[in-house]
Design a protein around this ligand. Sequence first.
Ligand code: BTN
Length: 242
Amino acid sequence: IGKHVVYEKSVSSTQEIAHRLAREKVAEGTIVVADEQVGGKGRLGRAWFSPIGTGIWMSMILKPKIPPQRAPQLTLLAAVAVIRGIHAATGLHCDIKWPNDILLKGKKLVGILTEMQADPDQIHSVIIGIGINVNQKNFPDEIKEIATSLSLEKGEDVNRALVMQSIMAEFEQLYELFLKDGFLPIKQMWEAHATTIGRRITARTVSGAIEGFAKGITEDGVLLLEDDFGTIHKIYSADIDF
Ligand code: BTN
């Protein structure tokens, strides 16, 4: 992972470039990283604020030989790698909010966006986009209350290259473990870092809000929510409130 790094100053989105490179059949583990994204993409069609020189905006191209249904497991793997990498590089402890937000003291530090190119029975490539707020000192009004950066917590600037290297090292280890032993060990690490699990939450889905107790995740990363009548709901996509 990260043996080939494609570095760009300013791009629309590193996801778009990674998709193009993947179609052109670059090596697995190739990473696209940019100093600035002018069209950064978030989950659910949202925009991702990616100002110049302050964050890590990167997309990783993977070509795992696993069934397409298992691709979401790689998002969870990436979350664990990011948390461990940030801890190794800065000493800061972050936690995971299902499905893939990484929070520092309750505010969003990292977003992960996984996309794939696949046929029904075969993955061509999985593109994992990771956006990390590193040295921002302030955020636009719309996200000021909910976003944070590593430097805001540390009180000093943080070396972006170091954080990125340390995340890549963790990712590589976990990815090897995943290919060898499957998802279970990763799932356990993920659950240990996830504040969502084991507490009362509200899941706001497109078809309405469900309140209940977050029991855990399935093999596919689906959230299991038990409501007050004891019914277990499988949550595929939602925003979570505590
Ligand atoms: C989220 O909504 O939480 C996911 C945000 C993902 C942002 C990253 S930044 C690098 C990559 N390129 C993009 O356009 N998006 C992802």
